[in-house]
Design a protein around this ligand. Structure first.
Ligand SMILES: O=C(CO)[C@H](O)[C@H](O)COP(=O)(O)O
Length: 224
């Protein structure tokens, strides 16, 4: 079964957790897009939920799927947040931000009672780091951040979108880091967040409660 089918199966399985009356965090990326599509079908059949979006792109998809949306502050707390991941390890730690939405995604995850990750089987790794770790940086500080992180062996690469720089929903930049040589990820996260101008990192170390992985024609669920 293809990667796309695995993404769709994981998304459909996650939507089975949703009940009327819940506020749902709507993640970003291609796997989350299947979840939004599936929620749209359930809403057409009477499911009553409200969504909080994690990116402008997700907002667009959610409006197309006719999911009623509210602001994060109106929700106060999200019941279930469903989002994708670029990598997850046996400790349910994630790298996110391949799609550049890591900042809002982390904010929604922090404000959710239950975080469910949906992924295809290629995202499961014994150790995080083959995928480059995205960090979101303030443009004013980005040149200096890149120089500093280069000295710390993180091989920083400023993300581009074609010939232009990639700009996030919050009008910041993304810098992708090579973290393969780093084993203490909590320490790395702490170090990065101490540097003024780094707004957030794509390391999600403790937020995840459940991972639903598409595996061949079925799904596998990992619980914390
Ligand atoms: O973190 C993300 C976007 O910022 C996505 O969740 C991540 O990139 C996975 O995307 P996809 O489901 O398309 O593989």
């Amino acid at each position: 079964m293809s990667q796309e089918n695995e993404k769709r199966s994981a998304a459909i399985e996650a939507v089975k957790l949703i009940r009327s009356g819940m506020t749902i965090g709507l993640g970003s990326g291609s796997t989350a897009a299947y979840m939004i599509q599936e929620l749209g079908k359930k809403i057409a059949n009477g499911l009553k939920i409200r969504g909080v979006t994690s990116s402008k792109n997700t907002e667009k998809l959610a409006i197309e799927a006719r999911i009623p949306l509210i602001a994060l502050h109106e929700a106060k707390i999200v019941d279930i947040n469903i989002d994708g991941a670029d990598e997850f390890d046996p400790y349910m730690q994630l790298i996110k931000g391949g799609g550049g939405a890591l900042l809002r995604e982390k904010i929604v995850a922090y404000n959710s009672k239950c975080n469910v990750v949906i992924a295809d089987s290629t995202k499961e790794v014994p150790r995080l780091g083959k995928f480059k770790l995205p960090i979101e940086t303030i443009p004013f500080a980005t040149g200096n951040i890149i120089d500093l992180l280069a000295k710390e062996r993180l091989k920083p690469q400023l993300r581009k979108a074609g010939n232009d720089l990639y700009i996030t929903d919050e009008n910041n930049y993304i810098v992708d880091l090579d973290i393969l040589g780093f084993t203490n990820l909590a320490q790395l996260e702490e170090r990065l967040l101490k540097i003024p101008g780094i707004v957030e990192t794509g390391l999600f170390l403790e937020t995840t409660h459940k991972i639903i992985v598409g595996h061949g024609s079925s799904t596998k669920t990992i619980d914390r």
